[in-house]
Design a protein around this ligand. Structure first.
Ligand code: HEM
Length: 483
């Protein structure tokens, strides 16, 4: 007999887990089957809604080691002392598919990092690409709808994806990356990560710097062709990561940033807050600031990876957002999604709980006051309003030392801004021109594979955009379409 006694969820020993209580050997069950009811009722509630995007993913814990102090740029506690280690949780994901879809879709990969700093959690919720398909969040639901399954057939719909891109030239740069030979990473370990947005850092003097984060894989880039990907098991990337960490082969990334002084932003030849653009390295070189290593698998996939909640609004003193319109919307969208998907007390779940004391006047709601397995405590006693006369005796009060410097806005009226005449072509063309002949061929064939399923009008519009990026790019796709 096992030394550990099976219990109910309220801790009482269970005598029989194989047989329900019934009236006689062949009779119906009775109402005193409360243990059976507990099991069935809990089972009915085992699922929460999957993420509306990035549903399929894999997470692991690790650490970020700072190798270059950023004290000149930021007061952020975890960016001061060389050698300082900060615990992290990183979740990789695909974007469009549901939880049971393949790890090997031609799709961007999510790269979401939670830094558990002493001053709260700092989340960089990025992708494996430095840009995105959009620069205005109002298009996000339309874009995602076009990439997901057809609402009638429940099947992938490449024609819809290309229809969206044919109407939105702002997608051209990211579409070129997605359709390139880098469009299907061979594993989560063999790809880069990017914060993608322009974020910010600010220092003790109140100076702000615009920053782009890059996580460069130390494992090297490895990618798959569509043919190779189609032969692999759907959960191969999950297995690859879990197995590597279990055998002690810890994956790591060199953490680098590009820094732009606030004063450059107005005069830079690109809008530095346009998420469809990169900052060329020749303008703002990469500066290595640390190493990120993953070294611990989760104990329970649901509790940790599924309930993990990353939010671009999780910022700590010395860091900040930017006027990037996409980022602005994300500051709202993620916390809203978490309240729906996980619940109002999402930050009390151990994977999300800060590793520092939490003091605030928010109270109650579903699952309030869960004990923190990591030792951090949330204060739930004492005054539940602010200001209160007890603040000086220890009840929490705001500290003006952490006030973020003001954001200097460029002048403009409050209205919608038509961005249709922005140059969405040059950087897509630049990317095409650095590809070798084989990479160009793969790109053209990958585009033609999906575009051939769209109608002639969509094909024409796409070819016109490609022509603006580079006439050779358009010609190659046209040839592949007619091959
Ligand atoms: C307006 C634009 C966007 C909106 C409204 C949006 C919205 C969302 C929502 C609602 C989720 C699910 C969150 C959850 O349930 O926990 C999500 C997940 C995610 N998004 Fe976005 N998103 C946007 C743009 C982006 C961009 C530009 C990136 C990358 C640069 C990105 C990266 C991610 C990642 C990595 C996840 C998964 C996080 C995880 O692993 O839990 N999103 N997004």
């Amino acid at each position: 007999m096992s030394k550990t006694t099976l219990t109910t969820s309220s801790g009482a020993p269970v005598a029989d887990d194989n047989n329900s209580i019934s009236v006689g050997e062949r009779g119906p069950l009775t109402f005193d089957n409360h243990y059976l009811f507990e099991k069935l009722a809990h089972f009915n509630r085992e699922r929460i809604p999957e993420r509306v995007v990035h549903a399929r993913g894999t997470g692991a814990y690790g650490q970020f080691t700072l190798t270059r102090s950023l004290s000149d740029y930021s007061i952020a506690d975890f960016l001061q002392k060389v050698g300082e280690k900060t615990e992290v949780f990183l979740r990789f994901s695909t974007v469009g598919g549901g939880q049971d879809s393949s790890d090997y879709a031609r799709d961007p990969r999510g790269f979401a990092v939670k830094f558990y700093t002493r001053q709260g959690n700092y989340d960089i919720v990025g992708n494996n690409t430095p840009v995105f398909f959009l620069n205005d969040p109002i298009k996000f639901p339309d874009f995602i709808h076009s990439q997901k399954k057809n609402p009638r057939t429940n099947l992938p719909d490449p024609a819809a994806a290309f229809e969206f891109w044919a109407n939105h030239p702002q997608s051209l740069h990211q579409m070129t990356i997605l359709m390139s030979d880098r469009g299907i990473p061979a594993s989560y370990r063999h790809m880069h990560g990017f914060g993608s947005h322009t974020l910010s850092l600010w220092n003790a003097k109140g100076e702000r710097y615009w920053v782009k984060w890059h996580f460069k894989t130390n494992q090297g880039i490895k990618t798959l062709t569509d043919e190779e990907a189609s032969t692999l098991p759907p959960f191969g990337a999950q297995k690859d990561l879990v197995d590597a960490i279990d055998r002690g082969d810890f994956p790591s990334w060199a953490v680098k940033i590009q820094i732009m002084p606030d004063t450059d932003a107005e005069k830079y030849h690109l809008n530095p807050f346009d998420l469809t653009k990169v900052w060329p390295y020749k303008d703002y070189p990469l500066i290595e600031i640390g190493q990120l290593e993953l070294n611990r698998n989760v104990q329970n996939y649901f509790a940790e990876t599924e309930q993990a909640a990353f939010a671009p609004s999780n910022l700590v003193p010395g860091t900040g957002a930017s006027p990037d319109k996409m980022l602005q919307a994300r500051l709202l969208a993620y916390q809203d999604a978490h309240r729906y998907r996980v619940g109002v007390n999402v930050n009390q779940i151990p994977v999300n709980a800060p590793r520092c004391p939490v003091h605030h006047y928010q109270r109650d709601g579903f699952m309030a006051g869960c004990p923190m397995s990591n030792g951090s405590q949330i204060q739930t006693s004492g005054a539940n309003y602010y200001p209160n006369d007890r603040a000086e005796q220890g009840d929490p009060a705001p500290n003006p030392a952490y006030r973020e410097p003001p954001l200097h806005l460029s002048k403009g009226a409050v209205t919608t801004y038509d961005q249709s005449d922005v140059d969405y072509y040059s950087q897509a063309g630049d990317l095409f021109r650095v590809m070798n002949a084989d990479q160009k061929r793969q790109l053209a064939n990958n585009i033609a594979g999906g575009l051939s399923q769209a109608n002639a009008s969509i094909q024409e519009r796409m070819l016109a955009y490609l022509n603006k990026a580079d006439p050779e790019y358009a010609a190659m796709v046209k040839a592949a379409l007619t091959a």
